[in-house]
Design a protein around this ligand. Structure first.
Ligand code: 16G
Ligand code: MG
Length: 545
């Protein structure tokens, strides 16, 4: 069969290093860029099969997000712009690990299992981040697509959420928007301008935001977008890639993990700042106060701001809808308490990883999901969107309800519902702050984070730890959860859990408590329990103080 001949021929140009084993992890394949050429070619093949199977356009994004410049990675995007389904993640791993001579057999296995009609057309959209390795790696993806006779469109440099957006636009025949980068800016910026039109007394100070672009694709895209904002938002862009290195001492991950501002950014005390990660699907906000103290507003604070805003609008619009916030075990306990006890919104907890949160958020009329690390978005059900529209167009509606309905409609349009999106989240947050006339300090004081600590423990095999209850409890090894429970009881307002990382060969330990010292001590004691009960390697974890 001709297509397979082409696969054989082309795959010889993208050979797999013998014996190399890689897994499609929480967010696709990710490792040193030098090891990825064959993976990219094969993901081009797999995306083509997925496209034939779903009779829809599929996306392939070449990026390693917040990892260092030397790394790269690849994620597949399903027809509605969501992450590829778990069964196909399994196929991705199989195809990636087939030795060179077994590739055709592995490919035919997927075709057979999924009963794919090979004469069906295929369309694949490809995007890449700013890493130097992304140029040749995205070409390898395109080779994979053409080797199976698929059509491809190369979007070149785009953020990960922009590619997700394109896929959704394409497969909804433009209902979600126009599948171009210009179309994306137009849709989001028009909605932003409509939203902030209502913020009549917004000062120039309030309109100013400093952005750390992590020296990545987000910086390029913010620049491109600026003219569409019609000066309604004044952005000072730092770490724009002109001199600094990608994600090096900057970006959302650095700021969140180090709890300090990025280098390369001029920060005036009290001023609102935000950081994107390397592929612009995460955002965190922060400021330093007049004493020079750093204050981080992470994904939990963002979820609280957005859900509060939406709940108020629903009340003003007189709409009775179910609104929920979806978090993971890493959400600060104060945020969960505030949302449940004060805001009275439904809170759900899922396993770590965007696909789990996204899935859970779909269950509600409005599902706001955010990981503490800053990845998140809002999902609106079709019914909710229709109700907003009906109300906005209803001539019998009073002014207050109509205003709320219009704000809800524009909120829907500023949000990228396909996946967490730093640019879209930034516009929504900025609009909310402007409409509410709220400073970043006021936003920060909605609730006070509980002190917390995260540690890593090296063990010989992290798979010995199995968890349940959205990773909040360990079911194996024997005795570990009992040990954690016993330690937690020693501290006030304390909580702790352990889980194997999905992206690194370590066990992660999280602890929070009333004081930083207690959180640090608890995290250390739990690390010791992991080390002793789950096969720790290297030296015993040392106390932090
Ligand atoms: C990936 C996930 C992120 C998660 C992180 C956890 C996506 C797009 N990204 O980066 O959501 O927080 O992994 O890493 O799903 P860990 O398993 O090493 O703690
Ligand atoms: Mg990212």
């Amino acid at each position: 069969m001709a297509p397979f001949q082409e696969v054989s021929k082309q795959s010889a140009l993208h050979p797999k290093p013998a014996g190399l084993v890689l897994h499609y992890g929480t967010a696709g394949f990710r490792t040193n860029a030098k090891l990825l050429d064959h993976i990219m070619f094969r993901m081009g093949l797999l995306a083509t099969l997925r496209s034939k199977k779903t009779k829809a356009t599929i996306g392939v994004m070449v990026t390693a997000s917040h990892n260092p410049e030397e790394d790269n990675g690849v994620k597949l995007v399903d027809p509605m712009g969501e992450m590829v389904t778990p069964t196909w993640e399994g196929y991705a791993t199989q195809l990636a690990n087939a030795e060179q001579e077994d590739l055709l057999a592995a490919l035919k296995d997927v075709i057979e299992k999924e009963a794919i009609n090979m004469s069906q057309e295929a369309n694949v959209f490809v995007g890449k981040d700013t890493r130097s390795s992304s140029v040749s790696l995205s070409e390898a993806v395109l080779d994979g697509v053409s080797a199976l006779g698929g059509q491809s469109k190369d979007y070149g440099l785009v953020t990960t959420p922009q590619l997700h957006y394109m896929i959704c636009c394409q497969n909804t025949q433009g209902k979600y928007g126009e599948a171009t980068v210009e179309g994306y800016y137009k849709k989001l910026c028009q909605a932003f301008i409509q939203l902030t039109k209502n913020a009549s007394n917004c000062t120039d100070d309030q309109k100013h935001l400093s952005v750390d672009g992590a020296n990545g694709i987000g910086a390029i895209k913010v620049r491109e977008m600026e003219s569409h904002l019609k000066k309604e938002l004044h952005l000072s862009l730092f770490n724009d890639g002109s001199t600094g290195k990608l994600n090096h001492q900057c970006g959302a991950d650095f700021v969140k993990v180090q709890q300090k501002p990025p280098t390369g950014m001029k920060i005036n005390s009290g001023e609102r700042c935000c950081s994107f990660d390397g592929d612009a699907d995460r955002i965190v906000y922060y400021y330093t106060d007049s004493e020079g103290q750093f204050h981080l507003l992470d994904g939990d604070k963002v979820a609280t701001l957005i859900s509060t805003f939406l709940k108020e609008l629903l009340t003003q619009a007189g709409l009775d809808m179910e609104i929920a916030v979806v978090q993971t075990a890493y959400a600060n306990g104060s945020s969960t308490n505030y949302l449940e006890d004060t805001m009275k919104v439904i809170v759900r907890c899922t396993k770590t990883g965007v696909k789990h949160l996204h899935h859970a958020a779909k269950e509600f009329d409005i599902g706001v999901y955010f990981e503490a690390n800053g990845h998140g978005t809002v999902l609106f059900s079709k019914a909710a969107e229709e109700k907003f529209q009906q109300l906005a167009e209803d001539s019998n509606t009073n002014d207050e309800r109509k205003r709320a309905a219009l704000l809800l409609q524009n909120t829907v349009n500023v949000v990228n519902q396909t996946v967490g999106d730093a640019i879209s989240d930034m516009l929504l947050i900025e609009a909310i702050l402007a409409i509410k006339g709220m400073t970043i300090q006021q936003w920060n004081s909605i609730y006070k984070d509980l002190p917390n600590r995260q540690l890593k423990v090296k063990v010989s095999d992290r798979r010995v730890i199995d968890t349940t209850d959205a990773e909040r409890r360990a079911v194996s090894p024997t005795g570990l959860q009992e040990a954690v429970d016993g330690l937690v009881k020693k501290y006030s307002r304390a909580r702790s859990f352990v889980r194997p990382s999905g992206t690194e060969d370590v066990v992660r330990v999280y602890a929070e408590a009333e004081t930083q010292e207690s959180a640090d001590d608890l995290a250390h004691e739990v690390s010791l329990a992991v080390y002793r009960l789950a096969g720790g390697v290297g030296g015993e974890p040392k106390p932090l103080h």
